[in-house]
Write a protein of this length. Sequence first.
Lengths: 447, 166
Amino acid sequence: MKTLASIGPINRIERSEETHPLTWRLRDDGQPVWLDEYQRTNGYAAARKALTEMAQADIVQQVKDAGLKGRGGAGFPTGVKWGLMPADESLNIRYLLCNADEMEPNTWKDRLLMEQLPHLLVEGMLISARALKAYRGYIFLRGEYVDAAANLNRAIDEAKAAGLLGKNILGSGFDFELFVHTGAGRYICGEETALINSLEGRRANPRAKPPFPAAVGVWGKPTCVNNVETLCNVPAIVGQGVDWYKSLARPGSEDMGTKLMGFSGKVKNPGIWELPFGISARELFEDYAGGMRDGYRLKCWQPGGAGTGFLLPEHLDAQMYAAGVAKFGTRMGTGLALAVDHTVNMVSLLRNMEEFFARESCGWCTPCRDGLPWSVKTLRALERGQGTAQDIEVLLGLVEFLGPGKTFCAHAPGAVEPLGSAIKYFRPEFEAGVARGEAALTSGAPA
Amino acid sequence: MTITTLIQTDRFALSDAERAAIEHEMHHYEDPRAASIEALKIVQKARGWVPDGAADAIGAILGIPASDVEGVATFYSQIFRQPVGRHIIRVCDSMTCYIGGHESILEAIQKQLGIAPGQTTGDNRFTLIPVCCLGNCDKAPALMIDDDTYGNASAAEIASLLEAYA
């Protein structure tokens, strides 16, 4: 056990500017890349190009053409989101928000970028703000990321002093100011409309959509919310071009570019790596994570965060891109996978996960507020071997009634996706939690 | 804790430093209300927690009802509306840390300090709370004590780790 000043120099792989646009500047010692070093390695060259040589609409078009999709887990096309910002020039107060409220269990990619490459995010936001005509940006950072806050604030101060933020940036006439806003807990703040409420100093309940933030966002003004990793892709797209960007992914992938992917759990070499979309989960698991530690067998895995469904070892041939994972009935999510080993009981694991989701429900809508604690209560009973014969049906009912389209936001659907898949693949483990004698007693069928 | 200890009879007043810090934060936003969470964090940093009167005092500066400030204070998990210990132990309870054995860490803390999540030691030294994924998934289980993060935590080392926090 040791104090961790930062994420440290994890799992460095061979990287180049051509193949690893997000991570090629990472230092081998794990220290942050400050302005001098960032600029020596071509940093802010893309911002200079975007601000002084490109029309605003051309930046949006490039991001659209590159096929960049949101990296926060939902995978919505970034260019389309940007295109929703109003064309009406009289709406001249616009905001760019960076969603840095990284709290998804097993997700730690944005932390790496913010701690070690803070200027990449600042540059990404500067170019994006120019594209969106935003005059002010906020990085909504979770409060527990104290090192990321310090590093981002230092990077912003450096950029301001160098004329890369503030008034008339690089002589372009474009003004942009950037602030770090730190949160005070609650996972729901990562939902983009809840994030807007939280930034405004309100309880982080999600808002009804429509209107979408592009029309009515922070303080009623047009607002765009993008994830850290998404924004960090923008400098390379502008700097190196669409054709190059589209050449990065593996054949067969419908998603473009690279993705920070990872594997945790009882694998030999847990970590995060920048990899092309379309690599197989098996490659990620075996070649990068090194497979399971001695004495542990892979029981199942989750492709990208607590809100994604479980898959079996045979599904490791899935290609890591949205539709590649969707073929097997779940989502790629954040792309940071978790290995569940043979010693883990699925009922106990799901109890742990649903405790998290129940605690983090904002309480706004009934299915989520009441349904998630119900699932916890049921799972606790099954875990103690005191479940009733109906409990599995109750859980499956919750999977349905808390599913997509039935709640105010995506929190509850994310909570029940792993539950549904766990029952699908490991039903006997749930059945084993039914109290002895209960099944025959209540079903009327012979035991 | 008895009812009487929860009723605060002392008049609450912000210090000059707290007031100045809150007014500085207000200028980062178009609407002073946006500084409400930061204002609560400023009060909490100075006092360890947010006493009852703080909602009125913050509301008065920001020009919003005290009930709105209280609504915010009770929503966010890192704002403490009752006294806490001098040190906050946050144990990551993500499924990654669950697989890594975080329940053994909670047990070790309970054994050492006699507190379960949500509780404070009798000498007001420690408060234990669960926290969402701390982003140390390659070093599970992880915990934070105040602003210090620890990875690859082991139950056997908890006692000596806690000694460093007086």
